[in-house]
Design a binder for this molecule. Structure first.
Ligand SMILES: C[S@@+](CC[C@H](N)C(=O)[O-])C[C@H]1O[C@@H](n2cnc3c(N)ncnc32)[C@H](O)[C@@H]1O
Length: 382
């Protein structure tokens, strides 16, 4: 942990970062995270990172500033800034960052195509979007700096992807970027925090980012923040990890699965058109408790007359009396999906390509999906 000590000295002495009662620590399966060095009462301020310590679109070196208007994304520009930064100061920070091989073994972007093909649909859709964004950023970066190797750019791009905080300048009169995705800051030391569904409080003011404890922490406990209320499919693609499933200890209470692949093929073209016209096309979600309202609408399109369905959509019929018919369709959907999820978990384990960690994470994800589906089946059948 010597590099971490040097980095800590640098951020506190030169960047004005204030650290109280926490330190960086290596955790099995989670890389480096934050540990409580002593007992921390609830509402203790454990970290303050002042605004000038951040790296954002406002701190680009002079050579990159003219590109800010034409770059496809701020993400891509920050990656370019990292690749081009060879200053000794930055080397203190880069020494504590994950390595390229950490990304190779965790990020689905690095999975072989055979395993990318077996990602759950929502992870696959996110990955396709990520690839498109990366390509546009890389084309832009390499057109301005043709000598940069792609591997270096990709590594920096993934650092930005997995370590930035949502940032809008808190200075009075500052302009908020139009695109939400462009609101990002590299945040030294704060970027050590790993994620859990419930974590410390994070606030951004003109003093910078302040992180304070959400509860009492015992000495030696890992201290988390929350990266947001996302499903494990999202965490897998964007960050290369999954939390335990909904029903497990410290599980992801926001986990959910997308049912589109199993509901849409049931519907006739007339019913599909009706759903599209009414704004209920796709995004059918099952979470740890229930299916969403959109799913209810789609299932009702399948098993009710057009007139009855319309009354449910209008809100003039609460739909209670049709619950049995709806559950019958839903049960078929869930059982079919569960059978496929179990099959896919086996397929993933049998594949020889990629790293063991790729296969293990993806097979675990399919097992979680299977469990979520089984719980919903049990609820209907109980
Ligand atoms: C902001 S960084 C956190 C620090 C990072 N663990 C490190 O070694 O530098 C985000 C990355 O940490 C890892 N991570 C965060 N929360 C995690 C968790 N609950 N379980 C496993 N890995 C996690 C993932 O690799 C993610 O991309």
């Amino acid at each position: 942990m010597e590099d971490h000590e040097k980095f800590r000295e640098w951020v506190t002495a030169e960047k004005g970062v204030k650290i109280n009662g926490i330190t960086a620590h290596k955790f099995e399966g989670r890389g480096v995270g934050i540990i409580a060095e002593k007992r921390l009462e609830a509402n203790t301020t454990i970290l303050i990172v002042p605004i000038p310590a951040l790296r954002t679109v406002h701190t680009l070196p002079k050579s990159l500033q003219p590109l800010a208007k034409s770059a496809p994304t701020i993400h891509g520009l920050l990656a370019l800034m990292l690749v081009l930064d060879t200053t000794p100061k930055f080397s203190l920070w880069s020494a504590v960052l994950p390595t390229d091989s950490d990304f190779q073994s965790t990020m689905p972007l690095h999975y072989p195509p055979s395993l990318q093909d077996l990602l759950p649909t929502s992870s696959k859709t996110l990955l396709a979007h990520q690839k498109e964004k990366l390509l546009a950023d890389w084309e832009f970066a390499s057109s301005h700096y043709p000598k940069i190797p792609y591997e270096d750019y990709l590594y920096a791009w993934l650092l930005v992807n997995t370590r930035t905080f949502y940032f809008v300048s808190p200075s009075p009169g500052a302009v908020t970027p139009k695109n939400h995705d462009d609101c990002m800051a590299l945040n030294p030391f704060a970027d050590y925090f790993n994620h859990s569904s419930v974590g410390c409080h994070v606030s951004l003011t003109t003093s910078g980012y302040t992180i304070s404890t959400n509860r009492l922490y015992s000495k030696g406990e890992e201290v988390f923040i929350s990266y947001g209320n996302h499903s494990n499919d999202f965490f897998l693609t964007e960050y290369g990890f999954i939390l335990p499933g909904v029903e497990e200890e410290a599980g992801n209470e926001w986990d959910e699965v997308l049912l589109d692949d199993y509901i849409l093929p049931l519907l006739s073209s007339e019913k599909k058109e009706r759903l599209k016209d009414a704004g209920f096309w796709g995004k059918y979600i099952l979470d740890g408790r229930e299916v969403c309202y959109r799913t209810q609408v789609a299932l009702r399109a399948q098993c009710l007359s057009a007139r009855k369905w319309q009354r449910f959509v209008d809100g003039s019929d609460d739909g209670d009396e049709d619950e049995e018919a709806v559950n019958e369709v839903l049960l078929k959907v869930l059982k079919r999906y569960k059978k496929d999820a179990d099959k896919t978990a086996k397929q993933v384990r049998a594949i020889k390509d990629g790293e063991a960690n790729h296969r293990d994470t993806l097979a675990r994800r399919w097992k979680q999906i299977s469990n979520l589906l089984q719980r919903a089946i049990n609820r209907i059948q109980s």
